[in-house]
Design a protein around this ligand. Structure first.
Ligand code: NAD
Ligand code: MG
Length: 396
């Protein structure tokens, strides 16, 4: 609020889609926010520019090979420079008012979990943390009094719809899906889909991995698992409805039949602003929702036949062992292989299915520690990689 000391913000994954949207809002509120640490994977040039523009105190690249370039780009600026996964972790535990966790994939688990252990207020975009190690992550946060505020638009909607209401009166929680770029495509058409088709999302502009996840609907499956852990909900209370206009982001149905939904134009800066200011509200510059110009909101059931990845995630949702860890890791490997044109679009779900089945036949362990998560994640990556190379036969 005006007059009070600025809040300090660190961003893990500052050069990504969520990182840049966060910085856009910070840049519009220079009296309210100050940047502490910014991290990126390997793009030292982009990170250095952001660190200078936003007067960060620390800039970190996860890839040690990018250290020299980052150091040179920030020479003489007084900005601290570091590299490597342990430096990302140190950036994550620097005391700040709020930490934006926006690394993509399970690569974000170790630093974000470290932040939870430090009792941070975590604005969580990195949903793969909660898919790969949801119970561990939320237990750790509770134990260390860390606060986890969702950034994913659907979870931001549910967070708002649940706020100040009685949890025992919640009957069900529904998140919406745009349906992605292939919502109306046939199985035959999807078999020929190229990465550039899948990256052309009708509503949202996002990083490559989540764009592919949106095309398979795996993203919605990951979000169900995310919601289960974030809000401590039984899987039976969670569902998905396809809503191509992406105006209603999620809703909660209460015991009396009341349904509380959150609506907004699809722009990630709205949920990011909510997370940055909660429980206050930050003014944002975007267009406002005009329902008369939208005209019509439509809803349909997801088609699990055409989008088997969602069915696979729904199966993992109701399990308490490491199945979701395997699902997530195999999916990351398969999405990368599709982006590199090594496999076809439908192969993504097939590889995830095979990896999960293999885990099932070999017996999936539980995820009680970061070490458990890392080991199972690594196992699933090797298995999925093996299926992709055609080295392994399907689990029997
Ligand atoms: P992105 O690919 O645009 O950016 C990812 C960021 O993580 C980059 O800064 C990159 O440098 C960094 N990074 C990548 N690999 C890393 C590694 N191994 N170690 C350290 N840093 C690494 O991704 P995004 O679209 O911004 O998504 C980030 C997260 O937010 C994902 O978990 C995604 O599911 C979630 N999310 C994104 C959106 C969206 O609109 N983009 C919406 C909801 C949720
Ligand atoms: Mg989402």
């Amino acid at each position: 609020p005006p007059g009070s000391a600025p809040e300090t913000i660190s961003i893990l994954g500052a050069t990504g889609s969520i990182g840049l949207s966060t910085l856009d809002l910070i840049g519009r509120n220079p009296d309210r926010f100050e940047v502490e640490a910014l991290t990126a994977n390997a793009n030292a040039t982009a990170l250095a520019e952001l660190a200078i523009r936003f007067r960060a105190r620390l800039a970190v690249v996860a890839d040690p090979a990018a250290y020299g370039e980052l150091k040179a780009a920030l020479a003489g600026t007084g900005i601290e420079v570091a590299a490597g996964p342990s430096a990302v972790q140190e950036a994550a535990v620097r005391p700040v008012s709020r930490l934006m966790a926006a690394i993509v994939g399970a690569a974000g688990l170790a630093p974000t979990l470290a932040a939870a252990r430090s009792g941070a207020t975590i604005l969580l975009a990195n949903k793969e943390c909660l898919v790969s190690a949801g119970r561990l992550f939320m237990d750790t946060a509770r134990r260390h009094r860390a606060r986890v505020i969702p950034v994913d638009s659907e979870h931001c909607a549910i967070f708002q719809a649940l706020d100040s209401n009685r949890p025992e009166a919640v009957e069900s929680v529904t998140i919406t899906a745009s349906g992605g770029p292939f919502r109306t495509w046939s199985v035959e058409q999807m078999a020929r889909a190229r990465p550039e088709d899948a990256l052309r999302h009708p509503v949202w502009s996002m990083g490559a991995k989540i764009s592919i996840d949106s095309a398979t609907l795996m993203n919605k499956g990951l979000e169900l698992i995310e919601a289960r852990h974030l809000f401590d909900l039984e899987p039976e209370r969670l569902s998905v409805v396809v809503h191509p206009e992406s105006i209603v982001h999620g809703f909660v149905t209460y015991a009396d039949g009341s349904v509380i939904a959150q609506l907004a134009l699809p722009d990630m800066r709205t949920p990011i602003a909510y997370a940055l200011a909660w429980p206050e509200r930050l003014a944002t510059p975007m267009d406002r929702l005009d329902l008369c110009s939208v005209g019509r909101l439509t809803f349909e059931s997801p088609d699990l036949q055409r989008f088997p990845a969602l069915a696979l995630a729904q199966q993992a949702l109701s399990r308490n062992d490491g199945t979701a860890t395997v699902l997530n890791a195999a999916n990351e490997i398969a999405v990368n292989a599709f982006l590199q044109r090594r496999i076809k679009f439908p192969d993504i779900a097939t590889i995830v299915d095979k990896a999960v089945s293999r885990a099932d036949t070999e017996g999936v362990g539980d995820v009680e520690s970061l070490e458990d998560a890392v080991a199972l994640d690594g196992w699933a990556r090797r298995i999925a990689g093996g299926f992709i190379s055609g080295l392994l036969t399907p689990a029997g």
